[in-house]
Ligand binder design. Structure first.
Ligand code: ZN
Length: 297
């Protein structure tokens, strides 16, 4: 009998470990929906791992990405969440960029009368692609940028050049000193896979342009650690990370190892191992910079 006790303890310890592992799992897949007020008239709508900003004014609502690709129900819920706050008309939907996981599912907003706004290159791409579930923008923002002023609120639509796409907008609320910009400035997370549709070295120049803008808080398109918003320090840290990946890849290219998967996989940057998706996507990030330094792509 007295042998059973240590065994039970071991089992209990194993169970505790399993529970811990399970308890960590939901952090990667947060509860489906949340609406959070981040400033007067400014809200974040989250559906799973995707986020969108909306601005409420007495004259109408300025919404952004419908985020209806991963979860096709999300846009309808998004609209319901807005309706819990205001009955004012939905005047605008602004796309952060044209990638479907953020831009798809706008139909309920279109039906509600919204004018869709995006960068010129997003319009061009979406017209060519004709994705069945992505509303083609009605209004175009050029590289020089634009502003929407509605019911006492102002949203500047700024273009910081090519980065994670060739049409990413920075939406700046000058009074609230908040920006909303998506995918190209993750918070304490490495970049997605092999940075498809990404432009190097323009990306770095864009980070400098964002650092020069007047803001304190950044709403990301995917929640930051613990759901926190970003700061300029996060932009600086991302720039450091990209510089470190770039230098490692440049070294591999100099050794003509950029087509060698094993050599690329051997690159480790322990400083960032606590960042989201580090173990999953560091290789892809290295590969992307290797293409730049090794083959000029
Ligand atoms: Zn994207």
């Amino acid at each position: 009998m007295h042998l059973a006790l240590p065994r039970m303890l071991i089992l209990a310890a194993a169970l505790a470990t399993a529970t811990l592992a399970c308890a960590q799992a939901p952090a990667a897949a947060p509860a489906p929906y949340a609406t959070t007020k981040v400033a007067d008239n400014v809200y974040v709508f989250r559906a799973g791992g995707h986020q969108s900003m909306f601005v409420v004014t007495p004259e109408g609502v300025i919404a952004t990405d419908p985020i209806g690709y991963v979860n096709p129900q999300a846009p309808a819920v998004y609209l319901q969440e807005i309706r819990k706050i205001t009955q004012a008309p939905i005047k605008y939907v602004i796309y952060s960029h044209h990638h479907y996981d953020h831009a798809a599912g706008g139909k309920p907003f279109k039906d509600a009368g919204a004018v869709f706004v995006a960068h010129r290159n997003a319009h061009k791409r979406l017209v060519a692609l004709q994705a069945p579930d992505v509303v083609v923008p009605d209004m175009i923002v050029d590289d020089s940028g634009s502003s929407i002023v509605l019911g006492g609120m102002r949203v500047d639509l700024l273009y910081a050049g090519n980065n994670h796409s060739d049409n990413s907008l920075v939406m700046l609320l000058p009074k609230e000193r908040i920006i909303f910009t998506v995918d190209w400035i993750p918070i304490q997370a490495v970049l997605f896979r092999d940075m498809a549709d990404g432009y190097i070295p323009d990306w770095f120049a864009g980070l400098d342009r964002v650092l020069a803008m007047e803001w304190d808080r950044m709403i990301p398109g995917h929640p930051g650690p613990g759901g926190r918003l970003g700061t300029k320090d996060d932009v600086r840290m991302l720039k450091d990370y990209m510089t470190d990946v770039s230098n490692a890849a440049k070294q591999l290219a100099a050794e003509r190892k950029c087509l060698n998967d094993e050599a690329m996989r051997a690159v480790k940057l322990p400083k960032y191992e606590g960042w989201g998706a580090y173990s999953m996507f560091l290789f892809g990030n290295v590969e992307r910079f290797c293409e730049y330094w090794g083959r000029g792509i």
